[in-house]
Design a protein around this ligand. Sequence first.
Ligand code: ADP
Ligand code: MG
Length: 262
Amino acid sequence: MNVPIGSGEPDSSELAPDLSQVLTLRGVRKSFGSNLVLRSVDLDVAPGECVVLIGASGSGKSTLLRCANLLEVVDDGTIHFAGQEITHPAVDADAVRARMGMVFQSYNLFPHLSVLGNVTLALRKVHRVPASEAEQRGLAMLERVGLADKATARPDDLSGGQQQRVAIARAMVSNPTVLLLDEVTSALDPELVGEVLDLLTELKAEGVTMVLNTHEMGFAREVADEVCFLHDGVVHERGSAAEVLGAPQQERTQAFLSRLRL
Ligand code: ADP
Ligand code: MG
């Protein structure tokens, strides 16, 4: 149930989702059996903003992104996306997902399709864009990620970094309202991480709204407008990268970051 913004009740107006945000999570709760992963997560993502989720393995970063993308059904709480409550049971999840780009650790490209075929597949099948227009948009997107010369190649002929850039192109080609990125460099050899992070830094500079989780703290410092540390099913500490990564206030955040630096 929406609480009207500025209703004069400080408590509820503080909690009310701000519909000018791209994404707003309020009290999101998610368990798997008896494993309570997200207890009560609040999150706001403004247009053009990059929110970086950090936290120990198993703290629920992927689950949070999957809930936002409606790949998981939340147990409680609300998610608003572009002004609409998407946790409402009547919502068409496919239609919501078509307006979000999601990129995973494993790129999941179709090996039997060309790079261009992979990038244009959803445009043609989901968005019903005519083949010639889909091809034009796909090529322009491949140009943008620096892989125009690989349009006719098969994914297997590309490096991991290139394949992940194709997966990002595939997510971006439909002009999604938000890009959700789940540890997109974790499966890559160290020397291939940079090209993917550089691409994301460029997209951020172009104003693409992003929520991502990563263990690359240098990158997080560079792109994050807000860093959220997930612990014990909630955002335990949040703030600018300088605040959360540079001068964490909470003991748990400090412990997590010091473990990373070992
Ligand atoms: P993170 O991405 O922060 O490492 P995850 O969101 O992947 O954490 O997982 C959080 C917890 O939820 C883990 O304990 C994991 O085992 C559990 N979990 C995640 N997805 C599922 C699922 N589909 N079924 C059962 N348990 C799951
Ligand atoms: Mg994960």
